[in-house]
Design a binder for this molecule. Structure first.
Ligand SMILES: NC(=O)c1ccc[n+]([C@@H]2O[C@H](COP(=O)([O-])OP(=O)(O)OC[C@H]3O[C@@H](n4cnc5c(N)ncnc54)[C@H](O)[C@@H]3O)[C@@H](O)[C@H]2O)c1
Length: 403
């Protein structure tokens, strides 16, 4: 029988690529996601349970209904600047909700977990490349919320026999090479996404923060890892734990860095658009160079990346952004058609265009009715739905116009 895997945050960017690979590898996948930044359309394998990790009842109900062999825990908030402004949100969602999950693992005897951590736990690295033994000194609440989660997982593993793999991702970028999946979160501020936005006319320019770093061209250097290779690292880590191996922490990067200028030049070259680039002062706390030592994951997991070149990363990201633009245009056209429920709700300012876009996106995949999706997500009440369905019927029959 196929092994059943719980994937929290599986409707998000990295989670959705991973569940596709898990599905292809023969696993049975259950995604648990509140769709705060993820989208139901991205869950192209397995079952989706829409819920939040702070809903302890739904979470334990999910554990009791399925016998999970392992948990992959992606769900989190992940904006460094936002974490500085809203630290409690970050400690609640990233750290406390990890505790909720671990309580369920304990209660339902799930003994394997793979945790999404980040290079932000290293803070300003003192050595290059950064190894898993480099000091961890996170410089913001996001990094600290993740490091605390790592420590809680380790303590619990020590006490309970849980086995874990903690994956510390460096800069994740790119999109699925077949164009089905990619980064959909609208607030994402990663350099490659921002540059693609500028190339496609959705931003006027791209800012470089710091041109006086001690690097060859003066701009910061980062290790960009293609999301498909990162997804493969999760499948490899799962198989490693299934083989009865010990808990581990691995860096996930290529061990090779690109400067901000190199990245921007690549986006300009591939897109053919010479978007404006504005040079600014350094931002506080931005390190000059963050590059992973990737030896451990290659040696112990036998991880073999396939997409480690900047051109592939940028071209897959750019194709995905073009697809998102085409999809948004289509959705707007749909919403503008007369008598559609979405158009009525928009017209009456019951929902925002973002809420409608998300729901239409979900509708394309789940084939559920739009009204059902909106009620399910508590965007509108059942009474409100009934009222507008009635109005829709009137309008379709022309009664509206006659009145
Ligand atoms: N993207 C990166 O560059 C990067 C780098 C380092 C680490 N990470 C880590 O990888 C993980 C996934 O990141 P991503 O880029 O795919 O982000 P994402 O925002 O696309 O995915 C996160 C998913 O978690 C869901 N979620 C958030 N809070 C939830 C909650 N309380 N209950 C249920 N679902 C919830 C969101 O709806 C979303 O689908 C995160 O843990 C993040 O910290 C990402």
């Amino acid at each position: 029988m196929a092994k059943k895997i719980l994937v929290t945050g599986g409707a998000g960017y990295i989670g959705s690529h991973t569940i596709r690979q898990l599905g292809e590898a023969g696993y049975d996948v259950v995604v648990y996601d509140n769709l705060s930044t993820g989208s139901a359309a991205s869950v192209i394998y397995g079952e989706l349970i829409i819920g939040s990790l702070d809903d302890k009842n739904l979470l334990s109900q999910t554990f009791s209904q399925h016998k999970f062999d392992a948990v992959l825990h992606f769900a989190a908030h992940l904006s460094v600047p936002e974490s500085v402004v809203k630290p409690l949100d970050y400690y609640t969602n990233n750290t406390c909700n990890t505790l909720n999950l671990l309580h369920c693992c304990q209660l339902f005897d799930v003994k394997k977990i793979i945790f999404s951590s980040t290079a932000a736990v290293y803070g300003q690295p003192e050595e290059y490349p950064v190894t898993e033994l480099s000091p961890t000194k996170p410089m913001n609440p996001y990094g600290r919320s993740k490091l605390m989660s790592e420590q809680i997982i380790q303590d619990f593993a020590q006490a309970s026999g849980l086995k874990y793999v903690i994956l510390r991702y460096f800069n994740v970028a790119g999109a699925d090479t077949t164009g089905k999946l990619g980064q959909s979160a609208k607030k994402a501020e990663h350099l490659i996404k921002v540059a693609c936005d500028a190339a496609l006319g959705r931003r006027p320019c791209v800012n470089i923060f710091g041109t006086d770093f001690p690097t060859a061209d003066g701009t910061g250097i980062r290790d960009y890892i293609h999301v498909e290779d990162l997804a493969t690292a999760h499948v490899d880590a799962l198989q490693y734990l299934e083989a009865g191996n010990d808990s581990q922490i691995f860096n996930c990067g290529y061990g090779q860095g690109y400067s901000v200028r190199e990245v921007l030049k690549m986006v300009q070259k591939i897109s053919g658009v010479d978007f404006p680039v504005i040079e600014n002062q350094r931002r506080a706390g931005d390190p000059a160079c963050v590059v992973a030592s990737a030896d451990k994951i290659r040696t112990i997991l036998g991880w073999e990346p396939k997409y480690n070149n900047l051109e592939t990363i940028v071209s897959t990201a750019l194709n995905w952004e073009k697809k998102l633009i085409a999809l948004a245009t289509l959705e707007k056209q749909l919403a503008q058609q007369n008598f559609r429920l979405g158009a009525l709700l928009l017209e009456n300012k019951i929902i925002s265009s973002t809420e409608l876009e998300r729901a239409l996106h979900e509708q394309l995949v789940t084939k559920q009715k739009l009204g059902e999706i909106l009620v399910h997500k508590s965007i509108i009440s059942t009474q409100m739905l009934e009222k507008f369905l009635l109005e829709q019927t009137w309008r379709k029959q022309g009664i509206w116009l006659q009145v």
